[in-house]
Design a protein around this ligand. Structure first.
Ligand code: HEC
Ligand code: HEC
Length: 410
């Protein structure tokens, strides 16, 4: 199995670049070895298309999009009825030269994260054209007057359209300040789509409407299947240390190529399997994700309550939440007892849930994979109505408070 021992320092990552870029057999091996459940739709789609020499997705044309960043002026023009256009001087977001060091890889990955469209999205265009709608579903400018997550790009057919990017879900915004890697928990992706159908009168099947209206902010169903399993957007802190990726542990991150392949196939699949991103861009995107760190916290010695909470955590929580980020190896969903739909779903189910990494967990509400528990206090409250994850709920109030106090330091 092509496993790379951790820790993955930048030097270790850099040494693996060539293999991912040039060795199709290696990529195929990593794909096969990294899929936790080869029988879910996520895995089957990839096994049938990826890393096959001379066939499958290998044959798709590489595509580097030409994009124009959406800023306040651009949005003002859209709101006064202007068509979507690409700036006259716009160039493809990558010049085709392979980066030479880690900081160049990360810089390229940042561009991909902000600018490579997952697909064209009329719903986002519609929302941008209405000041009120944009704000109410979580589209906003950042500190530079740029609107992360939406981009104007030139399609394969030469049209100019609005597309969505990684930054739509993975950059949080609060009145002009942005945190890259933090889940955009006020993004109401379901409502963004529903508003389009409502306002344009386009037809939408009643069951689809009902599903989308149940997502609410901070959750999205990012798989195209019939399962109803919207999940909470996750923070991208410490991803290079995660043993497994996604909340149902769909991908065993045995090698950085496992993340690069996830990103390569996500971009390819989301773009209707008409193109594939150059491998350099997928690798760069993985390096950028690995570079993300949470906002600094003021270092302070633990208080008495926090120290007590830390002890309780090692008694009651550590056997699952045991790694560097207080996450851990996936466990049977049935034993956790939370809503099993995602874990058992045909889309990316594994029968498992991953103990959630707890870095900056105080800012990560609502909790659990489906975002159903509002506060840390209620997660530890025996009287809560949401089922599952009963750990710590039988402890006396003072101990539960101490656990919360400790988690707030993470
Ligand atoms: C529409 C919202 C949305 C967009 C756009 C999006 N993601 Fe995500 N992302 C999610 C959700 C929701 C999850 C959680 C999935 C799960 O747990 O099954 C996730 C999970 C992830 C993970 C796994 C993290 C972990 O802890 O396991 C990574 C890495 C990631 N996304 C990176 C990206 C990148 C890179 C892009 C752009 C190519 C992107 N995402 C685009 C919503 C989105
Ligand atoms: C048997 C393994 C196990 C034990 C023991 C355990 N957890 Fe968890 N924890 C999980 C799993 C799995 C999840 C994800 C469940 C889901 O999303 O449905 C989780 C999720 C969480 C979350 C949600 C984080 C978020 O951002 O959504 C918090 C907080 C948490 N655990 C804290 C604790 C605390 C505190 C304890 C000890 C009192 C504890 N856990 C004990 C496995 C465990």
């Amino acid at each position: 199995m092509p496993t790379l021992a951790k820790p993955w320092t930048d030097a270790v990552l850099a040494a693996e670049t060539e293999r991912y870029l040039t060795d199709a057999t290696f990529r195929r091996e990593v794909l096969e070895a990294s899929l936790t459940n080869p029988d879910n739709v996520y895995a089957m789609t990839r096994l049938s298309g990826y890393g096959l020499e001379g066939r499958g997705w290998e044959m798709l044309p590489e595509w580097t999009p030409t994009t124009t960043v959406i800023d306040d002026d651009y949005v003002a023009a859209l709101q006064s009825g202007a068509p979507v256009t690409i700036a006259a001087h716009a160039e493809p977001l990558w010049d085709g030269k392979s980066p030479e060091n880690m900081s160049q890889w990360v810089a390229l990955g940042k561009r991909v994260f902000y600018e490579y469209p997952l697909r064209s999205e009329v719903f986002a265009e519609h929302a941008l054209r209405s000041e009120k709608l944009a704000g109410s579903i979580g589209l906003q400018p950042d500190e530079n007057g740029v609107w992360p997550g939406v981009i104007a790009f030139q399609t394969l057919d030469g049209a100019s359209e609005i597309g969505i990017t990684c930054a739509l879900c993975h950059v949080s915004l609060d009145e002009g300040s942005s945190i890259v890697g933090e889940a955009r928990r006020d993004l109401d992706y379901g409502e963004m789509r529903l508003a389009y159908y409502r306002d344009t009168g386009a037809t939408l099947a009643e069951d689809v409407r009902a599903r989308m209206s149940r997502w609410g902010p901070g959750r999205a169903d990012i798989t195209q299947d019939d399962d109803e399993d919207p999940v909470a957007i996750v923070d991208l802190w410490g991803v290079r240390d995660h043993e497994y990726l996604t909340q149902s542990g769909t991908i065993h991150q045995i090698h950085p190529a496992a993340l690069a392949i996830r990103q390569e196939t996500q971009l390819l699949h989301a773009n209707q399997e008409r193109i594939r991103p150059p491998r350099e861009l997928a690798w760069a995107l993985a390096m950028y994700v690995y570079s993300l760190t949470p906002p600094e916290m003021q270092a302070a010695p633990l208080t008495a309550a926090e120290t007590r909470g830390k002890e309780l955590f090692s008694q009651h929580c550590n056997h699952c939440h045991r790694d560097k980020n207080h996450g851990g190896l996936p466990v049977a969903a049935a034993s956790i007892g939370t809503d099993p739909v995602l874990a058992n779903g045909s889309a990316r189910g594994t029968g498992l849930y991953r103990p959630t990494p707890l870095t900056r967990v105080a800012n990560a509400a609502p909790y659990l994979h489906d975002g159903t528990v509002r506060t840390l206090e209620s997660l530890l409250d025996a009287k809560r109505s949401i089922p599952g994850h009963r750990y710590g709920t039988k402890l006396p109030k003072a101990d539960r408070d101490a656990l919360v106090a400790f988690m707030e330091t993470l």
